[in-house]
Design a protein around this ligand. Structure first.
Ligand code: GUN
Length: 311
């Protein structure tokens, strides 16, 4: 762990760690497919015309191709009914040529997101959003873990950031990001999860700013996932802390240029922290790499079920 510091925090290079993971996956997939097994297959469902969602899905499909995962995207109109969408998911659940299914979020407002996430078979749920996977994750059981939390966990492990007994503040309590990160960071490793063994505090939109500052200032590790640019200021960060920025917001800068920023006042916090993730290039690439990891896991699980005694 890097608890000492120089003038500027070390950059935690998620891009290079993600590249390393993708290279490992590529080899594993070659091996997986070497004895007549078809390569893993991922199907993405994209409902409507949200520009950002289209970009995200395109990037995921490109990443799949790069590691040897076959993929397809089902583009569906925003007017599709919930029942029609459920029927399509059901077909994919029963299709043995599909290992992983993801429904890009958000879905249009007339469709219940929870109903959709629960409809994806928990075995093919590469996003880890199904209630079975969420519940199993909270119990430290083997499960598909949501990609961004898994990416944060993997980045912390591979960057050798010590978490044992450390104080972690998670800023943001969303069910898909903040909550799973908090669950993973305090896990004791007695069951099927990595032992992270941190003392975890969760702050959220109703934590008064003064309290947020107080909790953050005590933290050895701040993990922020709010989508509020510059929420985390330098005077809220303990000297030598580690800062993981999961936020990603598109803003227009003073010169009128579009730019992606995180939750952290990066340049100022960099002078106080010992290590920090940049945005972009920190957690983002890890999320996509973990989607590939989950797809391979789903493919292996499906193969084992097909070859197992209770086919
Ligand atoms: N929308 C924003 N992040 C995600 C994600 O991780 N998975 C899906 N399916 N949709 C998203």
């Amino acid at each position: 762990m890097k608890w000492t510091r120089s003038n500027q925090a070390e950059l935690i290079d998620g891009k290079s760690v993600a590249a390393e993971i993708r290279a490992e996956l590529k080899d594993e997939i070659v091996e997986f497919a070497s004895n007549g097994q078809r390569p893993p297959h991922l199907t993405a469902i994209l409902v409507g015309d949200d520009v950002a969602s289209h970009t995200y899905v395109k990037n995921k499909m490109q990443a799949a191709k790069d590691v040897g995962i076959t993929s397809c995207t089902k583009n569906l109109p925003a007017t599709i009914t919930e029942q029609e969408l459920l029927n399509i998911i059901n077909e994919l659940n029963n299709d043995d040529s599909v290992d992983g299914i993801l429904v890009q979020l958000p879905v249009p407002e007339h469709i219940n997101e929870r109903t959709i996430c629960n409809a994806v078979s928990y075995l093919k749920d590469v996003d880890g959003f199904n209630e079975v996977n969420m519940g199993r994750m909270c119990l430290d059981m083997e499960s598909m873990i949501p990609c961004t939390p898994l990416g944060v966990l993997e980045l912390i492990k591979r960057w050798k950031i010590d978490t044992f007994g450390k104080s972690v503040v998670v800023v943001g309590r969303s069910k898909n990001v903040g909550m799973p990160i908090a669950m993973l960071m305090h896990a004791d490793g007695k069951n099927q999860k990595s032992a992270m063994d941190a003392t975890v505090t969760i702050c959220h939109r109703y934590t008064p700013l003064k309290e947020l500052a107080k909790y953050c200032k005590l933290a050895d590790i701040i993990i922020t996932a709010t989508g509020v640019p510059s929420l985390i200021k330098a005077d809220m960060v303990k000297e030598g802390a580690c800062v993981i920025d999961v936020g990603i917001t598109r803003i227009t800068d003073e010169e009128g240029r579009a730019k992606l920023v995180g939750d952290v006042d990066f340049e100022a916090v960099r002078k106080v922290a010992s290590c920090i993730t940049p945005v972009p290039g920190g957690v983002g690439p890890m999320t996509v790499a973990m989607l590939m990891r989950n797809t391979l896991t789903a493919a292996k699980n499906l193969m084992n079920r097909q070859n197992g005694p209770n086919q």
